[in-house]
Design a protein around this ligand. Sequence first.
Ligand code: HEC
Length: 124
Amino acid sequence: MTIVCRISAILLCTVAVSCACAEQRAASMYKTSCAQCHGTTGEADTPAGKAFSARSLNSPEVLKMSDAEMLALIKKGKGKMPAWEEILTDDQLKGVIAYIHTLQKGKNLAASSSASSEGGGAKP
Ligand code: HEC
């Protein structure tokens, strides 16, 4: 019994650790490959981002893109953005997209809370 418990505890740990690793890998991939233009927060407020006029990843146009659209765009490149399909695998790019969503999340919440205060809500 105790052995079974121990084994499942070990399994749980391994799963948790490998998940954290995947997230960290995606985060560091974003930082090394994308942040020079798109900025660590996705705002594209870096010198390179401004020079290439990269759009903020938190802009409404990007927020409404589906993961599939984003993946296709990143793989093929767009305008001044290089194509990434020969550098990063689909799986790596999907991880990076998931990481971009974590950057967008804060903005989404901010946007929806300001929208609800503008939106009138229930009138007295
Ligand atoms: C050399 C600078 C540069 C790098 C590095 C770069 N991008 Fe971009 N990215 C751009 C530019 C410039 C655009 C806007 C292209 C346009 O609309 O003409 C763009 C657009 C995008 C868009 C679409 C949003 C839009 O504005 O239409 C996404 C999503 C994106 N990049 C993700 C990434 C990811 C993920 C990485 C890292 C794997 C990355 N980019 C690396 C310059 C860069």
